[in-house]
Design a protein around this ligand. Structure first.
Ligand code: ADP
Ligand code: MG
Length: 341
């Protein structure tokens, strides 16, 4: 096995068997993992099942020129854990759909599985099944399952006027990392934390179930497309308006200096950059302060705005309204924009 997993040598069943061996046998609440026509889960009573799926497609979400297989495996699961966390769910397990080109770089699939299963073990989220097909380009789709106490999931449509807007961690780092990679500066001094942030995000997914357990918040969304766009989703779902105080946004450390060097606006990276995978949540007026939240959630928490009746998203700098367009990643607009150029 010097060449690692080779689908052409192993065949479909041999490959699945190799994946099964690496994944191991899932513990309860799973009754059955890889090997039958489907996996079996016995839900705990008093809980609801939460399901989410996310795809990483070659040339759309990643390029082999700027990522490595182990990071990609880690990211594929991390983005799904982020979605589960944003519902307040604890992860239970996941399905893996792999579309693989016939010619694989030796060791590539091994590294991808290693990255994926590393994150899976950390999160106690076992691989319980999937599908494996041949294709022209790589497509990695993960479907993940989680559980929440019945009726208690954090939802985009559950925010209320008067709630404070909170965000975990810091913003803009992943977008800066992508800009550095795309311009060939991925290996320059100082680039590392941002590149890592882009290639191997570590969403604070535990913050979601912790918030839910304390009963502090009812509404949350993870920041995948960019704060402005994801906040707009929350506002639309909850039929609310918001004020965002730009000077309060937690920018990633060093973002200003690095962004300026690239001719980028740090605030734009933080607002519209996307892929930060931080948690944005609404906190009722009587819930604790950002400092208490940070202690209890085990991550940095910043209050950056509030929700009001109405339908507008207003950005303020030191109390003065600033016109800012809502932007962020949109697959189909991104395609039409680039074909216009
Ligand atoms: P079927 O033809 O009935 O869909 P498969 O041969 O595709 O069955 O799959 C056999 C078993 O292997 C199933 O339990 C399936 O969930 C699992 N499996 C297939 N591909 C993967 C994969 N990429 N990762 C994990 N499990 C997989
Ligand atoms: Mg199948």
């Amino acid at each position: 096995m010097a060449r690692g997993l080779d689908p052409r040598a192993l065949g479909e069943q041999g490959l699945i068997e190799a994946i099964r061996r690496r994944a191991g046998t899932p513990a309860a609440p799973w009754r059955l993992g890889i090997g039958d026509d489907a996996a079996i889960l016995r839900p705990r009573s008093g809980y609801e099942l939460v399901a989410t799926t996310d795809t990483l497609a070659e040339a759309v979400h990643f390029r082999w020129s700027t990522t490595d297989a182990r990071s990609l495996g880690q990211k594929a699961l991390a983005v799904n854990l982020s979605d589960l966390g944003a519902m307040g769910a604890r992860p239970l397990g996941f399905l893996l759909n792999l579309a693989l080109p016939n010619e694989l770089r030796p060791g590539c699939l091994d590294a991808l599985l290693r990255g994926l299963l590393e994150r899976a073990r950390e999160a106690r989220c076992p691989l319980v099944g999937g599908d494996t097909v041949a294709a022209r380009a790589w497509v990695i789709t993960i479907t993940a399952f989680g559980e929440v106490p019945r009726g208690r999931a954090l939802r985009r449509d559950a925010a209320r006027a008067g709630d404070r807007l909170m965000v975990t961690g810091a913003l803009g780092g992943a977008a800066l990392g992508l800009a550095l990679l795309e311009r060939g500066f991925g290996a320059t001094p100082g680039a590392r934390p941002y590149v890592r942030r882009q290639l191997r995000p570590r969403p604070p997914w535990k913050a979601g179930p912790r918030l839910l357990r304390r009963g502090w918040s009812r509404a949350a969304i993870d920041i995948s497309d960019g704060l402005s766009r994801d906040l707009a989703h929350l506002l639309r779902a909850s039929a609310l308006a918001a004020d965002v105080h730009l000077e309060r946004l937690p920018l990633a450390r060093g973002l200003r200096a690095h962004a300026r060097r690239l001719g980028l606006d740090p605030e734009e990276l933080a607002l519209h950059g996307g892929e930060d995978y931080e948690l944005l949540f609404a906190l009722p007026p009587d819930a604790p302060s950002a400092a208490v939240c940070a202690r209890r959630l085990g991550c940095r928490v910043t209050e950056f705005g509030c929700l009001r009746p109405g339908r507008t998203l207003r950005f303020l700098r030191n109390g003065r309204p600033v016109p800012i367009e809502i932007r962020g990643f949109d697959h189909f607009k991104a395609f039409s924009d680039s074909s216009d150029k």
